[in-house]
Each structure stands twice: as structure tokens, then as C-alpha cells.
Design a protein around this ligand. Structure first.
Ligand code: GDP
Ligand code: ZN
Length: 294
């Protein structure tokens, strides 16, 4: 039995970097294992093909889900970093969903405000001010000109990079990881599936930022469902609501139409943005939707 780190995932095929350093393509044993990049796994080596036989206990798992399926982004993550840019239509609900996913996974959340070289960047900064007011860092950078500003934010972290397509995620990865664009995964070669762009997630070590630093590139996404969220814990993922939780008249208050709700009172007083409470309600409905995991 050998152990290793999952560094690329493509459907039920994985690249595993074995503790000895070699990277091998693996299938998974059976169909029941949930395996994500960032997972530490046990591998049985065999001439017919290497097989992942088990997953070591993980600190957390960042994934999205709807009522029917889940897409694993990465395991053992310490930080979710969202790449945004001024020249692509920003979906703020998506940013808020990533933020909630990060809080639910007990990770840090940081916004990487890319394309600082564009004139329209100032307007983006203004739009992002409410995120800073919530306590989240907004890091301005230009992935194309100079990604140095982001390095201190990545050092020592296990980061999963998320973003709508066009924000500059690939440009940033290529700036941080020389040769990343040309890198082919063992799995994609074995499957003749082309370059790593076809994988669902790829992990890159960043040894110059500290021994155990890595970053995961996940595919660009338009939706981020949180059907798996724990309904009772959801409100805690909204940082600005935390001081009010436990102060409603009803212990199981959904902060909707209940009387003496501390959260809706805080919204009325302008201390919580109405769109954040609306998102909490939407996520609660999704999490309770028939067929969803709980
Ligand atoms: P992805 O879909 O998020 O992977 O985005 P890409 O990395 O493919 O970038 C989308 C477009 O934005 C490309 O044309 C990039 O050259 C451009 N881009 C990326 N970073 C920057 C930047 O810092 N400044 C400017 N002006 N353009 C950038
Ligand atoms: Zn309430």
C-alpha cells in the first residue's frame, strides 16, 4: 500500500502524486468513494492499473451541489479565493455563494480583484467595498502584468481558486506556475482526453511560497448550488448575522416572517444588507428541496 496526494481529477480517474514523488493515473475502487484533489489517499499498485482504495480523513471538502448531483472542487482547503475582474459581467450572487461555501467549510475567503491595469478597475473596487466591510480581504492585482501582490495571500495556504470564466483564472495560474499551461496530466494522456483543461480540478504545488503550499484551479462556473448545506448552520455562514443569532424570539427562527426576529430587525435597521438575507432564504429553500442531501 502506497499513499499520495490527488493532484488532478477527471470523472472517475485521478492523478495521484505518490509520496515517493512519482505521479500515477488511478482508478477508484468501487463507486462509493468520494475523492477530490487535495485528498490524501491510499493506492494499491498493480500491473492492470493503480487503484485508490481509500481516502484519509479530510479536514474539509469544498463542493457544489444541487438536488441531483455534486461536483467536488477540492479537499483539505484552507482558503477559497474568488477571481473577479472589471470587464466581465460580475455575478455577485455567485460571489456570495462562494463566500458562504468557504464559511461553511471553515475556510478563509478572499477576493482577488484582477485586471487592476484596466481603467474600469476603480469602479470594480467601489463595487467590492461591501465585501471589505464584511471583513473579507480584497486584493488588487494584475495577473497579466504582475501577480506578485497575491503571493503573500497564498503562502502556506491550500487555496481553491474559483471564478466565472474570463476573469483571468488561467492567466493567474500560469503566472504563478511556470509551464502550467503546457502541463499534461497522466490521466488525460491515458484517456487521450487532451490537456488538463478537461479535468474537473488540478492541483499545483507552490514550493517557493512554503513547503506545503498549493493551489487548485477549478473550472469556470456559472452556478454554485449549496443544496448540501446544513440548514441550521447556514445563517452562521453569514458573518454579519452572527451577532444576532440566538436573539430571536423563537429558537428555530428562520428569520423570515417570525415576530421578534433579531435578524430581520437588523435588516430593517440597515445593519444587514437585504440581499444577504434573501440569499440565506434562497439557500435554505435549496437545502430543504426534495431530493437534496442534508
Ligand atoms: P479564465 O477564463 O478565468 O481562465 O480567464 P483567462 O485567464 O483566460 O483570461 C481571460 C482574458 O482576460 C484573457 O484575454 C486574458 O489575457 C485577460 N486577462 C487576464 N488577466 C489580465 C490582467 O491582469 N489584465 C488584463 N488587462 N487582462 C487580463
Ligand atoms: Zn430570526
Amino acid at each position: 500500500m502506497t499513499r499520495g496526494l490527488v493532484v488532478a481529477a477527471y470523472r472517475r480517474h485521478y492523478d495521484v502524486e505518490l509520496d515517493g514523488g512519482a505521479v500515477v493515473a488511478c482508478m477508484q475502487k468501487g463507486r462509493s468513494l468520494r475523492i477530490a484533489v487535495g485528498d490524501r489517499v491510499q493506492v494499491a499498485r498493480a500491473r492492470e492499473g493503480d487503484v485508490i482504495t481509500g481516502v484519509e480523513p479530510r479536514a474539509n471538502l469544498v463542493f457544489r451541489s444541487d438536488a441531483f448531483k455534486e461536483k467536488l472542487l477540492a479537499a483539505n482547503v484552507t482558503q477559497v479565493a474568488a477571481v473577479v475582474a472589471p470587464d466581465v459581467g460580475l455575478d455577485e450572487e455567485l460571489i456570495n455563494r462562494w463566500m458562504v461555501a468557504a464559511e461553511a467549510a471553515q475556510c478563509r475567503f478572499v477576493v482577488l480583484a484582477n485586471k487592476a491595469d484596466l481603467p474600469s478597475f476603480a469602479a470594480l473596487r467601489t463595487r467590492l467595498a461591501p465585501y471589505e466591510a464584511l471583513g473579507y480581504a480584497v486584493v488588487p492585482l494584475s495577473a497579466r502584468r504582475d501577480p506578485a501582490a497575491v503571493r503573500p495571500w497564498l503562502a502556506g495556504q491550500h487555496t481553491v481558486l474559483v471564478g466565472q470564466s474570463g476573469m483571468g483564472k488561467s492567466t493567474l495560474i500560469n503566472a504563478l506556475v511556470p509551464g502550467a499551461a503546457a502541463r499534461t496530466t497522466v490521466v488525460s494522456e491515458a484517456l487521450k482526453a487532451g490537456r488538463h483543461t478537461t479535468t474537473s480540478s488540478t492541483l499545483y504545488a507552490l514550493p517557493d511560497l512554503g513547503g506545503d503550499t498549493w493551489i487548485v484551479d477549478s473550472p469556470g462556473m456559472k452556478v454554485f448550488g449549496l443544496a448540501h448545506a446544513d440548514v441550521d448552520g447556514l445563517a452562521h455562514a453569514f458573518v454579519e448575522m452572527r451577532p444576532y443569532l440566538g436573539h430571536c424570539r423563537f429558537r428555530d427562527c428562520r428569520h423570515d416572517a417570525e415576530p421578534d426576529c433579531a435578524v430581520t430587525a437588523a435588516v430593517a435597521a440597515g445593519r444587514i444588507a437585504p440581499h444577504r438575507l434573501a440569499l440565506l432564504h434562497a439557500l435554505t429553500r435549496e437545502a430543504k428541496a426534495p431530493g437534496s442531501r442534508s
